[in-house]
Write a protein that binds this ligand. Structure first.
Ligand SMILES: [Zn+2]
Length: 339
């Protein structure tokens, strides 16, 4: 979604008094996700909000200016150290946790921001997790990352997720639902069933080829209609455009494959941590409509195995896109391991 759409969700949730304790902002931590974090912090802290919620953030009051300058005492931001490129336990212990445990300076909200949250190492992630499990009052945590798959599933499960679009992504639908449909039927109990799943997934790629061809030729036709004098695109150039579009659309299939196993991982980790399903911190699934099927898989898949499957999904992408191995072969190989 766009930054505006994500911001509207936060604004409405705040107005209803249902703001969660933490958001996971999926997007560029130096770009869209940072912009959204700053807008949300201004919204919560703006001095005009009490009198006129619709006017916040005004961008002009002392609080809004302090947020913009990075000097507001009720906002703390941590990010990876330049040298090690990780968010160390020291940064968390010395800056973040003491700040989280203190009351707000100005008597309102506090906003704790973690940029590049995927770079938390195990000990810093666990320290943050404790705070997310027992969040201090009137405190909102914003975790920004463009690699949510690298976060501990227990952290992901404590956050409401806001996915910001990069503007270049392929449309997820209908490919996402189709992948969900295929994987819901998948079983690696026999070679025959593995081959069946592999064939269905590979068939999506054939379909994608057709869709890419018609999308490109429609686009070129529209361009010729708009400007008959425009240079004709020769067959080779058209082929290249189709292949770029195909690759984008295949990206939606890989993303859905990774998301599916990430959902299994989140549910398996939650079950292993003993949390009540549906309780506070209910996970934000990428395939909420297939929750029952995912739960059934998670019930017989240890989280550490599910984590491997997410990795395998990444390998499938790499072998097809970078090593040009035939999709049915790649799917058959990896799906034999993946439940
Ligand atoms: Zn303001």
């Amino acid at each position: 979604m766009t930054t505006d759409a994500a911001f509207d969700i936060v604004r409405r949730t705040l107005a209803n008094g249902r703001l969660p304790h933490a958001y996971l902002l999926r997007g560029d931590p130096r770009g869209a996700a940072a912009e959204l974090a700053a807008r949300v912090a201004s919204l919560l802290l703006c001095e005009r909000r009490a009198a006129d919620p619709a006017a916040a953030p005004c961008g002009a009051c002392k609080s809004c200016r302090a947020v913009a300058n990075g000097t507001h005492p009720d906002v703390v931001a941590v990010e990876p150290e330049k040298k090690s490129r990780v968010i160390s336990i020291d940064a968390i212990r010395e800056t973040f946790l003491p700040w989280a445990s203190k009351l707000s300076y100005l008597g309102g909200w506090k906003v704790g921001e973690i940029f590049f949250a995927d770079r938390l190492n195990d000990s810093s992630a666990n320290a943050i997790l404790k705070t997310l499990e027992e969040p201090p009052p009137d405190t909102l945590f914003l975790l920004a990352t463009d690699r949510p798959g690298d976060l501990l599933p227990t952290i992901v499960s404590r956050c409401h997720r806001l996915d910001l679009s990069t503007g270049r992504e392929a449309p997820a639908e209908p490919w996402r639902s189709r992948v969900g449909e295929i994987l819901a039927k998948h079983s690696n109990a026999s070679a025959l069933r593995v081959a069946a799943t592999a064939a269905r997934l590979a068939a999506l790629f054939d379909e994608i080829k057709g869709v890419a061809e018609s999308q490109v030729s429609e686009k070129l036709a529209a361009r010729r209609d708009a400007d008959p004098a425009a240079a004709l695109v020769d067959a080779d150039a058209e082929k290249a455009l189709v292949s770029v579009r195909e690759k984008e659309l295949r990206g939606a299939v890989y993303a859905a494959l990774e998301d599916w196993y990430r959902d299994v991982l989140v549910l398996a980790a939650l079950r292993e941590s003993g949390a009540a399903p549906g309780g506070p911190g209910a996970p934000d699934l990428r395939f909420p409509e297939r929750r029952a099927e995912l739960e059934a898989r998670a019930a017989r898949t240890p989280a550490r195995l599910a984590a491997r499957y997410v990795e395998f999904a990444g390998k499938i992408r790499e072998q097809i896109e970078a090593r040009f191995i035939a999709p049915p072969v790649v799917f058959r190989h990896w799906l034999a391991w993946m439940r």
